[in-house]
Design a protein around this ligand. Structure first.
Ligand code: FAD
Ligand code: NAI
Length: 328
């Protein structure tokens, strides 16, 4: 009889990091995601103005293992370096802020990375898992339509902390840890202009009431499209305070803040889009790397276990896979 696969809930970078390592070690896996495609918070959104990075904007690599993975992804053509004209804005003052930091992006879109990692691995998309329970020997998952999936030998939960907590009644201690992690929201807005804006800005760290970051999408490698598209991120505070504002009002407010900050005339955009990330980043940094109940065969990973960044999410997935393999 063939071996029961390992279920992995979440096809963000953490879930796919674990999935690839388990697959490469000869373990069968099956991934689930509530979205239509992989990537989670580092997915790109297809739009009338081309593909847009609405979540993660770029990532840095400090860990040797992540640097090694990046070298491979680069050879595959999934990533490239992004060296924008960097600025910062403080108290309304926009100033150049170049630095030596190497920054990476997926090419031609952020989704290229998780799509590459997913490859031909078996996955069920558009499937929100609502229950995870263990029988005598195997795990069963239940989705929002009431359908059951299984049997699975182990489960890896790779979703944001509040969503993980809801899936962990079989492991109350792990559920309590996940429930203790607060995650901050972020509004993301994209504006597209038919005539390119007359500015040198490629990316800008903003210290403002409303805005946290702005980026010129086409300054990233491999991005094209007929519009000059920009991505604006609201600060955690502003986003929390305006969580239930309509998308139109959010676009208007962040467009206004952008127009005040940038060093050129900003006309009415031809294209607009707003996206609300409810669980954008952990409110505090944690250093669990991954969580596990090896006796049960339950493993938890995600950016919230380590650093709240792409690199941390990937390392967390590696650690979940390592611990699982160690306990086989
Ligand atoms: P996620 O990417 O959230 O993946 C979880 C997946 O699980 C999702 O695909 C989701 O659909 C799925 N899921 C959730 N619940 C269920 C369920 N019940 N059933 C099935 N599927 C489920 N990081 C950086 O390093 N640099 C940046 O510039 C940067 N900017 C950011 C800007 C914004 C606006 C946001 C939101 C994040 C940013 N980040 C950045 C953080 C980075 O995106 C995350 O750290 C990383 O992508 C998290 O990966 P993950 O796999 O842990 O989680
Ligand atoms: P990094 O080293 O480029 O940036 C870290 C922080 O240092 C920046 O947020 C910024 O405040 C500051 N900084 C870096 N370079 C600067 C410069 N040239 N001029 C002025 N300030 C500069 O990248 P790292 O550590 O990999 O972080 C990734 C980015 O992801 C950060 O910008 C972080 O804020 C962002 N992020 C955003 C989330 C959101 O929800 N909006 C969620 C998670 C991460």
């Amino acid at each position: 009889m063939s071996k029961a696969p390992i279920a992995i809930i979440g096809t963000g970078i953490a879930g796919l990091s674990a999935a690839r390592t388990l697959h490469d070690a000869g373990q069968p896996v099956h991934l689930f995601d509530k979205s239509r495609g992989s990537g989670g918070r580092m997915a790109s959104k297809r739009s009338d103005a081309g593909s847009l990075d609405l979540g993660a904007q770029y990532f840095t690599a400090r860990d040797r293992r992540f640097n090694d993975a990046l070298r491979q992804w680069h050879a595959e053509g999934w990533v490239d370096q992004w060296a924008p004209n960097l600025y910062q804005a403080r108290e309304g003052q926009l100033t150049p802020s170049a630095d030596e930091q190497v920054r990476w992006v997926g090419t031609p879109t952020m989704s290229a990375i998780t799509r590459g990692l997913l490859g031909e691995l078996p996955a069920t998309f558009g499937c929100r898992i609502t229950e995870v329970f263990r029988g005598e020997q195997f795990w069963t998952l239940v989705d929002a339509s009431g359908a059951s999936h299984g049997p699975f030998s182990q489960v890896v939960v790779a979703v944001p902390a509040p969503q993980a907590a809801a899936l962990l009644p079989s492991a109350p201690n792990l559920a309590a840890v996940a429930a203790s992690v607060a995650m901050e929201p972020a509004w993301a807005v994209s504006l597209g202009f038919a005539t390119p804006l007359n500015t040198q800005v490629g990316g800008c760290f903003v210290q403002d009431d409303a805005l946290d970051w702005i980026a010129r999408n086409r300054s990233k490698p491999g991005r094209d499209g007929e519009f000059d598209t920009w991505v604006l991120h609201g600060t955690s505070n502003w986003s929390r305070q305006h969580l239930d504002l309509s998308k139109e009002a959010v676009i208007e407010r962040l467009h206004g803040a952008f127009a005040e900050l940038i060093d050129c005339v900003v006309p009415a955009p031809e294209f607009t889009l707003a996206h609300r990330w409810l669980y954008a980043r952990p409110a505090q940094a944690h250093e669990w790397t991954a969580l596990a109940d090896a006796g049960l065969g339950l493993y938890i990973c995600g950016d919230w276990c380590l650093s709240g960044r792409v690199e941390g999410a990937w390392l967390s997935g590696q650690e979940a896979a390592r611990r699982l393999l160690e306990n086989l």
